[in-house]
Design a protein around this ligand. Structure first.
Ligand SMILES: C[S@@+](CC[C@H](N)C(=O)[O-])C[C@H]1O[C@@H](n2cnc3c(N)ncnc32)[C@H](O)[C@@H]1O
Length: 240
């Protein structure tokens, strides 16, 4: 498994456009101190801390990766948010939360990583009728057809357009209210701290050129894919 902790060492959000998705969540849900949110695949807990800190709402963050869970827990403690934000270690395909108990739920950059249909099924299950479900994910602007091994993880990824993604959300029982396609600059902002980590790995003593090369080649791969066929989208939906 890649060393995610090291690759993402210089960034709090692990998803292109995550800060913008959080703004979309804030303006759509307009949470207050009576609101309970669920953050699936919460990573380092940045979205949960931002929303709890700004709106005094409660946020249940769920992730399956211990190092990020520890960072999220420490962040909630550091910002004095422990009464509002908590983190659970759990599989996003089986969230340990009662059905219809959450005012609004979101998953930033995670549904296709957790497993698209199971993740959506769980978000729909835990959210109260009438509540929003907001997700962001990679979508395909063009479908290139079968890709060779030089495309690494993209060769195995499901090629799904924004319209097909919206249809999957509808099939999961959600009403799609809005689709936002993120600008290319959101990807550049996401990749810049990783390239900084790679630069440091090359000049550190001892240097780690293999790690640096891995990171740079992943970013290069993403850039080629963005030129040709990839996009990132946030979908705002509601459970009827
Ligand atoms: C791209 S990151 C997104 C993190 C965060 N939402 C953000 O935007 O900063 C994907 C996250 O999904 C988590 N994850 C992957 N599979 C999971 C699963 N089956 N259950 C729970 N979390 C999972 C990873 O640990 C990682 O933190």
């Amino acid at each position: 498994m890649p060393d995610f902790l090291r690759i993402y060492a210089k960034q709090d959000y692990l998803t292109p456009g995550a800060a913008h998705t959080v703004e979309l969540i804030a303006e759509t849900v307009d949470p207050d101190e009576n609101t309970v949110l669920l953050d699936l695949a919460a990573g380092k807990g940045e979205a949960a801390a931002t929303l709890a800190g700004r709106f005094a709402c409660r946020v249940i963050a769920v992730d399956g990766y211990d190092p990020f869970i520890h960072i999220a827990a420490a962040k909630f403690w550091f910002y004095n948010l422990r009464d509002l934000a908590s983190v659970l270690r759990a599989d996003g395909r089986q969230i340990p939360v009662r059905s219809d108990s959450i005012d609004a739920s979101y998953c930033i950059g995670g549904p296709s990583i957790v497993g698209l249909e199971p993740a959506l099924g769980e978000l729909v299950r835990v959210t109260k009728p009438g509540g929003h479900v907001i997700v962001s994910d990679v979508v395909w602007r063009e479908k290139p057809g079968p890709l060779g091994p030089e495309w690494d993880w993209m060769a195995k990824a499901q090629q799904i357009s924004a319209d097909e993604y919206a249809a999957t959300l509808t099939a999961a029982g959600l009403t799609v209210e809005r689709t936002h396609i993120h600008p290319r600059s959101d990807w550049e902002d996401y990749q810049a701290p990783m390239l900084e980590v790679a630069r440091e790995a090359k000049t550190a003593q001892p240097a780690d050129p293999f790690f640096a090369e891995d990171v740079e080649s992943q970013v290069d791969l993403e850039r080629r894919a963005l030129d040709q066929f990839l996009d990132y989208a946030t979908f705002i939906t509601r459970k009827p």
